[in-house]
Write a protein that binds this ligand. Sequence first.
Ligand SMILES: C[S@@+](CC[C@H](N)C(=O)[O-])C[C@H]1O[C@@H](n2cnc3c(N)ncnc32)[C@H](O)[C@@H]1O
Length: 253
Amino acid sequence: MTGLVTAGALAARLARAGCVAADDEAAELLATTDDGAALEDLVRRREQGEPLAWLVGATTFCGRRLAVHRGCYVPRGQSEPLARRAADVLPAGGRLADLCTGAGAVAAHVAGAVPSAVAVGTDLDPAALACARANGVRAVRADLAGGLAGGVFDVVTAVAPYVPTADLAFLPSDVRRFEPLAALDGGPDGCTTLRRVVEAAARLLRPGGTLLVELGGDEDEVLAPTLLASGFASWSTWHDEDGDLRGLAARRD
Ligand SMILES: C[S@@+](CC[C@H](N)C(=O)[O-])C[C@H]1O[C@@H](n2cnc3c(N)ncnc32)[C@H](O)[C@@H]1O
């Protein structure tokens, strides 16, 4: 039945609804179902702004196809540099703790790139934990690092909520309407959870271990006192192609 719908017509419809990558999205939706009514339902939901990854049940992250369950934060391309850095610094047989793992994208990439590694993800959201497990990640329900052993991890990663509460209003309306607030809201200065991540990482990491976090704005400066007080004497940051701050790497002394 979907043969009656051409990729071009579907892409034009998605473009009219504001989808930027309409051709790619049309191809993904067409590949999802052979049933015309089911396709129409998916297209209508996409036109309403529901994330494509929820509709097709998957996204691509660091070249890997990952399951994304409805209700779960959709892993972003902007987090790929963090995942690749984690894989680069993790020694063979090393241990990774991926706090705020969501669908488990970072942990799944690291586990795939360093097969001898031991990776564990934590999250508070049962939907995220189920999704991470579907992606092969050992995922435990915890408030950040609660319950994880201290001093044994080589790398701690976190794509934690870091949007300042007042800036949530400026996120794309689809993100605000569909994606979980608990995945995004970083509190008054964006760093409420990030400060706790830094403190947790100081406990989890062995000396010489690496903390990698995603952040934005001037959050590196906001986090500096917490980093210093937690035993991270030096750190570096990376930026995206627009020059915006995207991540911070710190070494545990
Ligand atoms: C921005 S999403 C990132 C998910 C994933 N790391 C990724 O990059 O796709 C943040 C995640 O942190 C989780 N989260 C928020 N606060 C948390 C906490 N205190 N402890 C554990 N997980 C938390 C949310 O449920 C959400 O899945």
